[in-house]
Design a protein around this ligand. Structure first.
Ligand code: FAD
Length: 435
């Protein structure tokens, strides 16, 4: 195969949109707004829809308002990896919050993954859910030593089932010469995020929740007994409001906007890869990520015909045609056999980081939020959406460990992360030095 040159990089039917949309195109629900509801939810991703399901099931009139199409945010754009989601370690969390809360936080991570598995089973959502496990590849020897120590020490809270893959065995997991072994986390699941979102949307509609798309909320004003939301389709009054906007949080809710850091993440899908080559490069069905600070995450598509390869490839936000060649270069660096394989899809979306790298839930006088999943929201957004929906509906089962953590911002931060480009540049240098 020849190296795909820049002009020949894209397939003739290339799409600058998520691969998942081929099978599950974004849906629009356009209708007039009711004048008054019990609970209004802003955002129709996993958080908003899971919240709405709980509120509607508890008998509250519930309206989900979405700026664009349903799931237009991250919830139909992600890689579909479903892990236990919490980034800081037990030691870090214990230092910050004490051992008891640290334990509860990590258990929430496990609960989020299990919640999605239960939900798709109970609701009969066909979304290619399965549990292939995850191979966490070490990009340098030092990283392998860290992973080995972690993998060989029993986890203080969770039964991870993790096992170490020594450098000499890397090729049993992945057909690359560039990783120095790694660790397998066998409980990591994966799914097709578009089909999953479609199933959650159908469940929400079946519970009686109303969903109106193409309807950005422009302002939110407190009134006696509730809120008035001014939207592109008119005004609506709600007793309570749930903010479920994550990386797309905007001016309508400035308090929340000051607390989340939107960061673009980008994915490509390759053209169809020869089946024998796919089996050589991906000898197991696992999803993959690596130990770099600027992490790459990837997997075969559910039909094992394409590779979906994601990461952060630019200092500033960029568009899919620009991110694609950079992702493809990294893919080919890892798997030289893929030189010449063209790209059929390229897209990106905004994840929400937080200053303490934890997700947050909370409320203030009728205004509820769940957000800040730090790039791991398939499980957590679903789970904390469910919890915050229960809190707003005032039914049991709403409490989470995250209610007990203050949601902090930083002085002078208004929602535009001016510090992102220098932080990414530094992390890249550290990744290169380590490699
Ligand atoms: C490229 C990429 C890959 C990822 N891969 C993974 C992965 O493999 N595993 C994982 O766990 N997580 C992954 N994530 C993260 C995960 O997808 C998100 O954390 C999760 O989908 C968040 O769901 P959400 O409902 O909170 O937010 P979103 O799905 O982003 O929904 C928020 C919605 O709010 C709407 N909105 C915003 N403002 C307003 C307004 N004023 N009025 C009305 N509507 C509004 C937006 O249009 C948007 O649809 C990835 C994200 C990206 C971008």
């Amino acid at each position: 195969m020849t190296v795909a040159d820049k002009d020949n990089l894209f397939t003739d039917d290339f799409k600058g949109q998520p691969y998942w949309w081929d099978r599950t195109p974004p849906r629009h629900f356009e209708s007039d707004l009711p004048g008054d509801v019990d609970i209004a939810v802003i955002g129709a991703g996993y958080t908003g829809l899971h919240a709405a399901i709980q509120a509607a099931r508890a008998g509250h009139s519930t309206l989900v308002l979405e700026s664009s199409a349903a799931g237009h945010g991250c919830s139909t754009r992600n890689g579909g990896h479903l892990s236990t989601s919490v980034k800081p370690t037990f030691a870090e969390l214990s230092k910050r919050h004490g051992e008891s809360l640290a334990r509860d936080i990590l258990l929430e991570g496990q609960a989020s993954r299990d919640y999605v598995e239960r939900f798709v089973t109970e609701e009969g959502i066909d979304c290619d859910f399965h549990v292939p496990g995850r191979f966490h590849g070490a990009h340098c020897r030092g990283a392998f030593e860290r992973l080995r120590r972690e993998g060989e020490t029993p986890h203080p809270v969770l039964d991870t089932g993790a096992f170490v893959v020594p450098p000499s065995q890397t090729r049993t997991e992945l057909g690359t010469a560039l990783y120095h072994g790694g660790v397998v986390y066998p409980h990591t699941a994966c799914l097709d995020p578009g089909r999953y979102h479609g199933g959650v949307t159908d469940t929400a509609l079946a519970t009686g929740a109303m969903l109106v798309t193409g309807c950005p909320v422009r302002t939110l004003e407190r009134q006696a007994g509730g809120f008035t939301l001014d939207t592109a389709r008119g005004r609506v009054n709600a007793r309570k409001v749930i903010v479920a906007t994550n990386g797309y949080t905007g001016e309508a809710t400035p308090w929340h906007r000051r607390r989340v850091i939107p960061i673009g993440s980008y994915i490509i899908a390759t053209d169809v890869v020869d089946a024998a080559l796919m089996d050589a490069l991906f000898p197991t069905p696992r999803v993959i990520c690596d130990t770099r600070r600027m992490v790459y995450y990837y997997r075969p598509s559910p039909d094992r015909r394409r590779i979906l390869f994601g990461g952060r490839v630019s200092l500033a936000e960029t568009d899919p045609r620009r991110s694609a060649p950079r992702l493809q270069a990294e893919l080919v660096r890892l798997f030289p056999e893929l030189a010449g394989v063209r790209i059929s899809h390229s897209w990106g979306g905004f994840v929400a980081y937080t200053f303490d790298t934890l997700m947050h839930t909370g409320h203030d006088n009728g205004l509820y939020h769940a957000m800040g999943y730090c790039g791991s929201g398939v499980g957590m957004a679903s789970y904390l959406g469910m919890r915050i929906g229960r809190q707003a509906a005032e039914v049991p089962g709403g409490a989470t460990a995250f209610d007990r953590i203050p949601f902090r911002t930083r002085p002078l931060y208004t929602g535009k992360p001016w510090f992102l480009a220098p932080a990414i540049a530094v992390n890249r240098v550290l990744d290169r030095i380590a490699a």
